[in-house]
Write a protein that binds this ligand. Structure first.
Ligand SMILES: Nc1ncnc2c1ncn2[C@@H]1O[C@H](COP(=O)(O)OP(=O)(O)OP(=O)(O)O)[C@@H](O)[C@H]1O
Ligand SMILES: [Mg+2]
Length: 283
């Protein structure tokens, strides 16, 4: 491996990236509630000399690292934007303008045009909501278990769909029968709610999170006349079910969703690239 790494110390997860001898990215994931693991990993790789660093928990990580290595801090969205641009190019996209929605612990939404960007909004509904609600409602906290189980869940007995409200009469033309009218709304109108299957509950929680995030992102896309919405963040990692919820709704509203491989590492990739550039400039 090379002597430089990029780290994004996020609210929930710390992402670390470096280039191997073939110049390919290698990724490492650590929980942000135990920075000693990051410290141990860095110390076990003494060839590391330089660190590009970003993320909201930067100060907390630095207080644990206490390292003498050369560290370059970069503001979180600058790093994320750099990383997203790199991944877009790598996958053959030539995007001049679009919305970037980062689904981390919470969700942050930016508008990009050329090589500039501006934060347009966000919501506290994000990956933390997904794991938090899942734990409270089903007792499952493990992200991989949540996404695996949600994939085979059925929302029909828990969510209230447009077709359930307009029973027996024609649905107004502007409303699609299969759209959600009320997330978890079916439960609220039952006289005697039954016990629900874990997989069904998890699928419904994912849909709640995905629909709030895509609805908001679409509104910002419309407001800014942007066709594309790039959805990123570790909440999408191996989470085909959430991508489907978000992708379907975005398509339905006539926008183009883009999901990038390894998008959860955008910030860490940007921090790495920034550090490499800074080093080259100094040489
Ligand atoms: N191995 C994992 N362990 C825990 N959560 C995971 C894991 N993989 C994916 N996730 C999901 O990813 C979310 C965190 O996403 P991400 O790493 O992008 O956010 P963050 O950078 O930590 O937070 P923020 O950007 O808001 O500070 C978690 O809330 C969870 O839903
Ligand atoms: Mg983050």
């Amino acid at each position: 491996m090379q002597n430089v790494i990029g780290i994004d110390a996020g609210g929930t997860l710390t992402k670390l990236v470096y280039l191997n001898d073939q110049q390919e990215f290698e990724f490492k994931l650590f929980p942000s509630n135990n920075f000693n693991l990051v410290k141990d990993w860095i110390e076990s790789n003494p060839q590391i000399e330089e660190i590009g660093l970003t993320g909201g928990r930067t100060e907390q990580l630095l207080s644990v690292l206490k390292t003498m290595k050369s560290i370059e801090y970069v503001v979180e969205f600058e790093a994320t934007f750099k990383g997203v641009c790199h991944l877009l190019k790598k996958e053959g996209f030539d995007l001049q303008r679009g919305i970037i929605t980062n689904i981390g612990s919470g969700t942050s939404i930016h508008y990009m045009e050329g090589d500039s960007y501006v934060r347009v909004g966000g919501t506290g509904i994000g990956g933390g909501t997904l794991t938090g609600l899942s734990a409270l409602i089903t007792g499952i906290l493990d992200f991989n278990e949540i996404t695996a189980k949600a994939a085979s869940g059925d929302r029909n007995s828990i969510d209230l769909f447009v077709k359930d409200i307009f029973e027996g009469i024609d649905v107004p033309i502007e409303l699609e029968p299969h759209l959600t009218a009320s997330n978890f709304g079916m439960v609220s109108i039952l006289k005697d709610p039954k016990r629900y299957e874990t997989n069904d509950l998890l699928a419904t929680i994912q849909a709640l999170v995905g629909e709030v995030i895509s609805t908001l992102s679409i509104q910002f896309a419309e407001h800014n006349n942007a066709d594309h919405i790039v959805y990123i963040g570790s909440t999408l990692t191996n989470n085909e079910h959430l991508k489907k919820v978000i992708g379907n709704y975005t398509h339905l509203k006539k926008h183009k969703p883009i999901f990038l491989k390894n998008s959860g590492f955008s910030g860490a990739i940007g921090a790495l690239l920034n550090k490499v550039e800074q080093t080259e400039i100094k040489k």
